[in-house]
Design a protein around this ligand. Structure first.
Ligand code: GH3
Ligand code: MG
Ligand code: MG
Ligand code: MG
Length: 319
């Protein structure tokens, strides 16, 4: 962060890019009706070190914001379909896009729109014609906010030990994907994964070794699960997986692979001995006719399967 803030009293080097070469490039989406203005903005932002995408219509931009959320959304007010201010309002009203930093481009003569822009959900505004120095300074300020927001979101959404999504994010994803599957009549499955005799692993090898088992379990399970599949840590040594698009046969195969992966995992204790680890899994598959069910109901069914897997001798998958 410090490198993007010029020292007090010094004027920033206007020819320097806004983003440092080593940093991940931030992505800015531009909505601007004029093709020429769009091209100029894309070039200026590209030279400043940003990745850009652009569109001339509000509707098209909003679709892109949901499909591939950028870090910053820069929009003109007057557009062929509807107002850029309405776009800002919609971006901030949608939980999936509310974190996007929004900047309104006001044309000269639209100074009266400044307060309205901010009240519509814009985080900042720029006045056309754009002053390159001001544009860069505002982008530096925006980048600081975007990076801080990204870090805080990551910390709020993941478990500090393993980096898996936490229970809150998992439950939110579960309900969203469950609803999507019901609405669109798509296959959907949920699995619970619980390590076997984990208390014994802690007692035998120590808590630090137990922690390493948890970290390695998450690393390997995450590597197997491609989006939209998603893993969460519900607590302790208990995990859950949403499997959007997977029917019973596919979900059983996925669970079997997860089980085998845990069993094949190589984690050593403090004296270099391999720790034997297995997991039990409970699986629930969506019944398309059950329109009253919730993701939480499915998780309870998966928990029932997990109970059976434990009763049946562990290291197995039950539905
Ligand atoms: P079962 O096969 O029936 O699941 O037996 P279990 O021993 O795995 O289940 P139990 O729920 O009795 O024990 C879970 C243990 O997990 C108890 C707790 O101390 C341990 N645990 C929970 N969170 C952590 C953690 O973050 N790190 C470590 N090392 N241990 C943890
Ligand atoms: Mg238990
Ligand atoms: Mg357990
Ligand atoms: Mg448990």
């Amino acid at each position: 962060v410090s490198e993007s803030i010029p020292a007090a009293g010094t004027s920033p080097d206007v020819s320097a890019p806004v983003l440092d070469a080593g940093e991940d490039r931030l992505h800015i989406h531009i909505c601007e009706a004029s093709r020429v203005q769009r091209a100029i903005l894309c070039r200026m932002l590209g030279e400043a070190g940003f990745e850009t995408s652009a569109s001339g219509h509000a509707e098209d931009s909003l679709k892109q914001l949901v499909d591939t959320p950028p870090d910053i959304f820069m929009t003109a007010i007057e557009l062929p379909d509807f107002s850029g201010l309405e776009s800002c309002w919609l971006v901030k009203a949608n939980p999936e896009t509310e974190h996007i930093h929004t900047m309104v481009l006001t044309a000269s003569g639209q100074e009266d729109k400044l307060a309205e822009s901010l009240d519509s959900g814009a985080d900042d505004y720029l006045t056309k014609p754009l002053d390159p120095n001001e544009l860069k300074a505002r982008l530096r300020a925006a980048s600081r906010i975007v990076r801080l927001t990204q870090r805080m979101r990551a910390e709020a959404e993941t478990d500090a030990l393993t980096g898996a999504y936490n229970r809150r994010v998992f439950m939110r994803t579960l309900e969203r994907e469950h609803k999507k599957a019901l609405d669109q009549a798509l296959p959907f499955s949920v699995a619970m994964v619980d390590l076997d005799f984990f208390k014994k692993i802690n007692d035998t090898h120590g808590h630090a070794s137990g922690d390493r088992v948890l970290i390695e379990t998450v690393r390997q399970l995450k590597a197997l699960l491609r989006p939209p599949a998603m893993l969460g840590r519900l607590g302790g040594e208990e995990f859950a997986v949403v499997l959007p698009g997977q029917n019973e046969q596919q979900a059983r195969q996925t669970c079997e692979t997860l089980r085998e992966t845990v069993q094949a995992m190589h984690v050593e204790n403090d004296v270099g001995q391999r720790i034997a680890v297995t997991a039990s899994l409970g699986l629930a598959v969506l019944n398309p006719g059950d329109l009253n069910s919730t993701g939480e109901h499915m998780l309870a069914r998966a928990d029932g399967g997990l109970y059976d897997a434990k009763e049946g001798g562990r290291n197995q998958v039950c539905m």
